[in-house]
Design a protein around this ligand. Structure first.
Ligand code: URP
Ligand code: ZN
Ligand code: ZN
Length: 471
């Protein structure tokens, strides 16, 4: 039966207006005032906001790391996403097999249990003639984005020449290169020196990964992109200096864009010095208060286009089971690095936290308008990654991925509300105002208040189009 959502305030990236939405099957059929339909299930949204489902362009589900694996798989991570109002996620394919094709095929097997819609970026962590020749075929697999790294020497890093070559192949095929910006050489030297000096605590994770490495490698990659006449997207921006570099490059007409993540807007090296500091270990690391502030300026002023999460959770104490869907689960986590910061699995939970946290701290505090919130967390990622207007939009013909948002709902947030499969939450005890009330995925209600109505495997793979716009 059709669904008629009545009396809500629609919030898009451009405007907010009162209207009803008629959903037929998986799509939005009609939007307008006082819609009357003979046969429809009516959902009363009076006093609520209606948002397009969130699009998280950066998550790592079921990712092997340091002898363990990120603790949310494609089902549990997408369920957590849905509870937080996100109905599309983009994961990463690790280049673990000889060819791109085999790596993508193996990833599909893991990803098919997703409960919301999903796609993937290709981690381009090797580059040679064979890989270069295979890249155009990714388009036929629906994958149009390539992540490259200037850090993780000997493991994931490409040298500048190969990044330049990858940028040219991407340009010629309407694809987008995404950059992890840190200086791998400097990190290796500082890590070796820190260990030799007996430093073992989590704060050394940040002290051995200097912010200047992120700044210089961001600018270096922008210069490579300009030289290749190719677009570039800077992931997980964590320093104020990266915002400066992105602004500098964009003011000069370069086709460069940026993403930050909530952790870089709120947390600092001080958190790494807490007794439970390992909870905040991620790469790139959290920085200083001045970086938080400059990144906020970047999102509110329009220099940064998206806020993703880099969701890559681990247990804080993976020796102690938690109950997940009534069953005990324990997955080795941050305790692996109890005596050595280099062995702490890198990454944080966040896919379900993103919208609730940003609504209160961004919209609630006046740093963002509700329309900017939608642009940063849904519409812009959908556009940049070739999913718009199928996703990220409240338009007739778009997928009926709809969040009924209660802007008055007050909660004490934390691990029990977030549904991420881990034993901690970075925002434990934060007082939030504004939460998703109902979440629809292609016309199906999958979250209703605290109730989970979704199912493993109901998410669809989203093949993406090349030639997406540069925002
Ligand atoms: O610590 C993090 N972010 N782990 C995920 C890998 C990455 O580089 O995004
Ligand atoms: Zn990265
Ligand atoms: Zn990442």
């Amino acid at each position: 039966m059709a669904i008629l959502i009545k009396g809500g305030m629609l919030v898009t990236a451009e405007e907010s207006f009162s209207a009803d939405i008629l959903v037929e099957g998986e799509k939005i059929l009609q939007i307008g005032p006082n819609l009357q339909v003979a046969e429809a299930e009516v959902v009363d949204a009076t006093g609520k906001m209606i948002l397009p489902g969130g699009v998280d362009p950066h998550v790592h589900l079921d990712l092997p790391m340091f002898g363990t694996v990120s603790s949310d798989d494609h089902y549990t991570g997408t369920k957590a996403a849905a509870f937080g109002g996100t109905t599309t996620i983009i994961d990463f394919v690790s280049l673990d097999f000889p060819t791109l094709r085999e790596s993508v095929d193996k990833w599909h097997v893991k990803a098919e249990k997703a409960a919301v819609d999903y796609s993937a970026h290709m981690n381009l962590t090797r580059f040679d003639e064979k890989i270069a020749a295979e890249i155009p075929s990714l388009r036929g697999m629906g994958i149009t984005t390539l992540k490259v790294f200037t850090a993780y020497n000997g493991r994931l890093r490409l040298d500048d020449g190969n990044i330049f070559k990858a940028l040219r192949v991407a340009r010629d095929n309407g694809m987008l290169v995404m950059l992890h910006a840190e200086n791998g050489d400097v990190i290796d030297i500082l890590v070796a020196e820190a260990l030799a000096a007996g430093h073992r605590t989590p704060e050394w994770h940040a002290r051995t990964r200097p912010a200047w490495g992120a700044v210089e490698s961001a600018l270096r990659a922008f210069a490579l992109a300009a030289s290749a006449d190719a677009p570039l997207y800077l992931v997980h921006m964590n320093t104020g200096g990266e915002v400066d570099m992105l602004q500098y490059a964009r003011e000069r007409g370069l086709k460069v864009m940026g993403e930050t993540c909530p952790q870089y807007l709120f947390f600092t090296e001080d958190d790494l010095r807490r007794p439970d500091g390992a909870k905040w270990v991620c790469s790139p690391p959290v920085r200083m208060k001045t970086d938080n502030a400059r990144l906020w300026e970047g999102v509110s002023g329009g220099t940064i286009q998206t806020i993703g999460t880099d969701h890559c959770p681990f247990f804080f104490d993976g020796t102690k089971p938690i109950l997940y869907e009534g069953k005990p689960v324990a997955i080795p986590g941050k305790e692996l690095g109890a005596d050595d910061f280099t062995k702490i699995p890198n990454g944080l939970p966040g896919v379900g936290d993103r919208l609730p946290i940003l609504w209160t701290t961004g919209v609630g505090s006046g740093k963002l308008t509700a329309n900017q919130f939608v642009a940063l967390t849904s519409t812009n990622p959908a556009k940049i990654f070739g999913l718009y207007p199928h996703k990220g939009a409240l338009l007739p013909g778009s997928d009926a991925d709809i969040v009924i948002w209660d802007p008055q709902k007050k909660v004490k947030y934390g691990v029990t509300l977030s549904h991420q499969r881990t034993d901690y939450n970075l925002y434990e005890g934060w007082e939030l105002t504004g939460m998703p009330e109902k979440v629809f995925l292609r016309g199906q209600c999958i979250v209703d208040g605290g109730r989970w109505l979704g199912k493993a495997g109901k998410g669809q793979f989203l093949p993406r189009r090349p030639g997406a716009p540069v925002l």
